[in-house]
Design a protein around this ligand. Sequence first.
Ligand code: GAP
Length: 528
Amino acid sequence: MSEEVFKKVVSHAKEYGFVFPSSEIYDGLGAVYDYGQNGVELKNNLRTYWWKAMVQMHENIVGIDAAIFMHPKVWKASGHIDGFSDPMIDNKDSKKRYRADQLIENQIAELQMQATAMVIQETGIDIHHEQMSAIFDEPNEKYKRFFEEHAKNPLTLKANNLQSRLDNALLNNDLAELKKIIEDEKIKCEVSKTSNWTEVRQFNLMFATEMGAMAEDADKVYLRPETAQGIFVNFLNVQKTGRMKIPFGIAQTGKAFRNEIIARQFIMRMREFEQMEMQFFIRPGTQKQWYEYWKEARIQWHNKLGFGKEKYRFHDHVKLAHYADAAVDIEFDFPFGFKEMEGIHSRTDFDLRNHQELSGKKMQYFDAELDENGKPYGNYVPYVIETSIGLDRLFLATLCACYKEEEVGEEDKKDTRVVLTLPSLLAPYKVAIFPLTKKDGLPEKARVIMDELKLEYNCFYEEKDAIGKRYRRQDALGTPFCITVDHDTLNDDTVTIRYRDTMQQERIPAAKIKEILREELDWKKLLG
Ligand code: GAP
């Protein structure tokens, strides 16, 4: 899928009521978006899939819904006040601000693309850049020569060298080295086309506001940059009231806020977004085993969506966040390349221990189980494995994976249809009900069917326009079933059911609709 198709996905999202720019009548607000009437349904269904898989399917995981505002000391303890920043650099001529690491990453990507083009020309083996990473992971004989040549290419070597310089600079928090790389590479501002850069500085990503009526007694509070801290500060409340035994997890979904320096690619990087996070509390020393467990569990969860295994890959972190001793991203093959969709972090006891120190409240668990010497493990601050996925990125990945343009129709009446091949359980509407015409009692009959179905499923009713047009509209929304009520329905109580993916139509008794829907919309398909 190319950037071109990505543009189509973005305009489809707007045209069909999935996502709108925020405050659009005022020309929008940077990197803030609203979900429309169909978007909210898809988003809710994705959240439900996550919640069911993480909470309902695990006896030892429970959910909470913590407030967005938290005591300011939370962010001191978590390290966000001191360490949650990105290295930024400004171009003095255009005044445009960039993330220094991303400027360098773009340069690396550019070199890799040039290397690919060069090797395609030299070897005559045509391979698209966006396929490269997938094939790299599972090379086959056909492309072996291509990869050998690619690995030796001077531009590839230069890109690799740049990558390790970048990794080292980030690892050592060496801002001067980041600036030096930008200068050495003669990286230019895309607006002014000059290399007239400021020094690289750290920029804290948290939004701050004030709580309290009067300016004098106001306290500075932050909009949470991650939902995880709401879980950590409630660790003991949940453990005690839920009588939870380690290992156990606490999950929550909710809004998070980051003042991203560069916000782009639609809902990929937003300033207000939603996270779905789970903190799994474990005995110290077992973190490697549980880290591997959750890596596997989470990739399987993604694979169940059926978008194709080749669409995902793991990417180990080189520069670990301030709280982690191991971290990996699950990346998705977006139209603009493989990008992070979910993070799995081994967070050690960093958060609970720091909250314990700053609050003076014990964040310990008494483990009565016996160790190999027959003694109870006793009191300890638990270690934590975290799974953290951005709901908006998952939403975007789902749209990109399911957006299809298909040639349909016979030789003399060729046509293109746009269809969202969403897993049926995720579709905003499960079924659309159409009376063939607006008269002869057909709408009344259709309403009777609709009233019965809407108790269980989100249904769409429409009586305007030709039936073909109505089918196409539902294809574009991803509705898996359409039911048409015609004059025969009044005589024999049969309807036409039309299937989104095959476009096949079948005459069935109206009484059978529920049976077909129930079979297709069984959560076992995603959770079984
Ligand atoms: N609690 C850990 C944490 O917040 P993170 O890697 O910073 O880790 C987790 O964020 C996930 O949240 C990311 O994998 C991504 O899907 C999503 N995310 C982060 N920043 C985002 C942004 N600005 N816009 C949309 N989603 C974002």
